[in-house]
Design a protein around this ligand. Structure first.
Ligand code: SF4
Length: 348
């Protein structure tokens, strides 16, 4: 097995503070939601919300015929609707993926600065040089990458389909160049045994989960199942009862009989889990290390940039539109479509 990693330094990521949105009174919130619903109809627009954004944005998407999903389903949904406009509540690569797949649609986002540490940590030039240095490898990128990085890839994957695709490549004796998440890449490497080069990016949210504090929390809750997203470090994954994508973790809460769950991923996911399993106790995995009070602060600062207020603004103004150079889009669509075709063939 090849454990070589890329020689370049990962750029220093500037992580923003969590935005503080002005509190809304109940009447104010109801009125704001009503205005958003009217604007969605007037603009022939649908909301596509990720599991990590605020619960109000997930509820609105469901109430108005949009979709609440992980990256894979978000990508699929845009192509399956006749709406002229998609408003993507999530982070930038999600809006870009929607635009790559639906160039004829207008794609808006509440905040274009909502990015991702994985995307930021994989600059196109350095990544392209890494690919050039290893021409005998199949390039597999995670969805959390720029359009340019996707344009350089053979395959794009999301966490829910990464394992089947890498197993498929392994069966063909392919060597894989993986980017950008080192933890997810390492996990896949261990499970599949594939010869893999890893880019050394990481998610600033999942990397914060602390193993000693998690062990202590497990002792306090012996009946709890531990659910872990594979973007987390090894020592967290090793304590998991279930390792899986956001969708797999939501399914686990709904189907497992444990009364309690300790969850190591962004706390935005609790909204959907509570909806599907209202009687279960959900505990956030600790992020503060030794001495933690188990009050997790596991919430992506970029996902938190999405709110009812800027969603309404963007629907009113039509601003914050995602635009992509057509020549790059045509290259970037190839690895995404390959993943969607693979997924369709699998479920056929
Ligand atoms: S939670 Fe992590 S992987 Fe997801 S958008 Fe935020 S920084 Fe990126």
């Amino acid at each position: 097995m090849n454990n070589e990693t890329q020689p370049m330094r990962i750029p220093r990521i500037s992580v923003p503070r969590h935005p503080v949105w002005p509190a809304l009174g109940a009447a104010e919130k109801t009125a704001l939601k009503a205005r958003i619903k009217t604007l969605l109809k007037e603009r022939n627009a649908l909301l596509v919300s990720h599991y990590y954004v605020d619960g109000d944005l997930q509820a609105l998407a469901e109430e108005t015929g949009g979709c609440v999903a992980d990256s894979l389903e978000m990508a699929r949904f845009g192509s399956e609707t006749d709406a002229e406009t998609l408003v993507v509540c999530g982070v930038r690569f999600m809006g870009e993926t929607a635009k790559i797949l639906n160039p004829e649609k207008r794609v808006l986002m509440p905040e274009l600065k909502a990015t991702c540490s994985l995307d930021e940590g994989c600059p196109a030039d350095a990544f392209s040089a890494f690919c050039d240095a290893h021409p005998d490898h199949t390039v597999v990128v995670y969805a959390n990458t720029s359009v340019e990085a996707k344009a350089r890839a053979d395959w794009m994957v999301t966490s829910s389909i990464a394992l089947p695709i890498v197993k498929y490549l392994r069966a063909q004796d392919k060597k894989v160049l993986w980017a950008p998440d080192k933890h997810l890449g390492h996990y896949i490497q261990q499970v599949t045994g594939v010869d893999m080069l890893l880019w050394q990016g990481s998610c600033v949210v999942h990397e914060e989960f602390k193993s000693v504090a998690l062990e202590r929390l497990r002792r306090l809750h012996p009946d709890a199942a531990v659910l872990v997203h594979p973007e987390s470090p090894d020592e967290i994954i090793e304590q998991a009862d279930v390792i899986g994508s956001t969708t797999a973790l939501i399914d686990a809460v709904a189907s497992m009989h444990n009364p309690e769950f300790i969850i190591a991923t962004d706390e935005g996911i609790f909204w959907k889990m509570k909806q599907l399993a209202p009687g279960k106790k959900l505990i956030a995995a600790p992020t503060a290390g030794e001495g933690a009070t188990c009050e997790s602060c596991a919430h992506c600062p970029w996902m938190a940039m999405n709110a009812l207020q800027n969603l309404e603004q963007v629907l009113r103004s039509g601003g914050n539109e995602i635009r992509i150079n057509e020549a790059i889009r045509q290259k970037a669509v190839v690895p995404i479509q390959r993943m969607l075709d693979f997924s369709k063939a699998q479920s056929a």
